[in-house]
Design a protein around this ligand. Structure first.
Ligand SMILES: [Zn+2]
Length: 116
């Protein structure tokens, strides 16, 4: 499962940070998920209990913050959201841009720890 692999990549760092702060548990975790990661929110929710089993995060609520993919378009001089199928071409003016600014995020942005 793709999602379990992605979660397994971020959970240890959160567990580590939580134990360093002396946390005894965790209420909820916020996760930014970029559109280009290919991760499906429902599948992430399904994999979350497996990825956190036996850790301080077990039982915590997973709050997913989806981030659309976006590029910086030199034609529009703006950040433009793209459909992932447009690759890195501006959907408004068709200018190719190699500058992806959002979409590959897969990171825990906050954790509501208890016992700290
Ligand atoms: Zn443009």
């Amino acid at each position: 499962m793709h999602e379990l692999g992605l979660l397994s990549g971020v959970v240890p760092a959160v567990v580590e940070a939580a134990s360093q702060r002396g946390a005894t548990g965790c209420e909820a975790v916020g996760l930014q998920v970029g559109a280009l990661t290919g991760a499906v929110p429902e599948a992430l929710q399904g994999a979350w209990p497996l990825a956190t089993a036996g850790t301080i995060l077990e039982g915590a609520r997973l709050e997913i913050e989806p981030l659309p993919a976006a590029i910086w378009c030199p034609g529009c001089q703006a950040e433009v959201e793209i459909d992932q199928f447009y690759a890195l071409t501006c959907p408004i003016c068709a200018t190719p841009s190699g500058q992806l600014v959002h979409g590959r995020e897969f990171q825990v942005t906050w954790a509501d720890l208890t016992g700290t």
